[in-house]
Ligand binder design. Structure first.
Ligand code: C5P
Length: 220
């Protein structure tokens, strides 16, 4: 049984989360936010008193394998606890990046991610959706934007939520996170060989969605 998957991979704050969620909505497909899983795994580890380091890799992987996580619309629950906001901070992103470099943790989350592939189809957002998790996907998009653009977008998001932020610091943080994500030994962030690259530095979210939809329709 063939279940279509559309993969959107790319660096931090490239807009892929927003774009992927909109695509899922338009197509009536399921949506996998794989970054949220790493964010939750990191949070669960810290709550269990484990520092995110190789010495704890096996224990964190065990936690990740049994992660009591539920996605309910835009809300994310860890057990009975709504962690939707807690996993969205800059620190949570950096912790997710650390935890995601541990091979056993990545392995522990594979089955959970594959479970999202259900009819009528899936839009999957992450770093390795096209390279590792769904290599047979008919469309893989690698979405990028310049570091400055991405820092400005993140800045605007934070300011609109009432947080303080500084563009230069945000840019340094996201470049550090991308460097770690693209140089790790397991499933580094990189475009799949058959991915289409889309630089949306000068596109709106809507234009980005339209471009991907056009590619998707070409493949039907
Ligand atoms: O996409 P998001 O910023 O939520 O991802 C948080 C972190 O999780 C990333 O910086 C990356 O290290 C990790 N990640 C990953 N593989 C994925 C999705 C996210 O390694 N498929």
């Amino acid at each position: 049984q063939h279940i279509p998957v559309l993969c959107i991979d790319g660096p931090t704050a490239s807009g892929k989360g927003t774009v992927a969620a909109l695509l899922a909505q338009r197509l009536g497909y399921h949506f996998l936010d794989s970054g949220a899983m790493y964010r939750i795994a990191a949070l669960a580890a810290l709550r269990a008193g484990l520092t995110i380091a190789e010495v704890h890799e096996a224990r964190i992987a065990e936690l990740a394998r049994q992660l009591p996580v539920r996605f309910e619309g835009a809300r994310v629950l860890l057990g009975a606890d709504d962690v939707s906001d807690a996993i969205r901070t800059e620190d949570a992103g950096m912790n997710a990046s650390r935890v995601s470099a541990l091979p056993a943790v990545r392995q522990a989350l594979v089955a959970l991610q594959h479970g999202f592939r259900r009819l009528p189809g899936l839009v999957a957002d992450g770093r390795d959706m096209g390279t590792v998790i769904f290599p047979d996907a008919p469309l893989k998009v690698f979405l990028t934007a310049s570091a400055q653009q991405r820092a400005e977008r993140r800045y605007n998001q934070l300011i609109s939520k009432g947080f303080c932020a500084n563009i230069a610091d945000l840019r340094a943080d996201l470049e550090a996170r991308d460097a770690r994500d693209s140089t790790r030994s397991v499933a580094p962030m990189q475009p799949a060989q058959d991915a289409l690259l889309l630089d949306n530095s000068h596109l709106t979210i809507e234009q980005t969605v339209e471009q991907v939809l056009a590619w998707w329709q070409e493949r039907q």
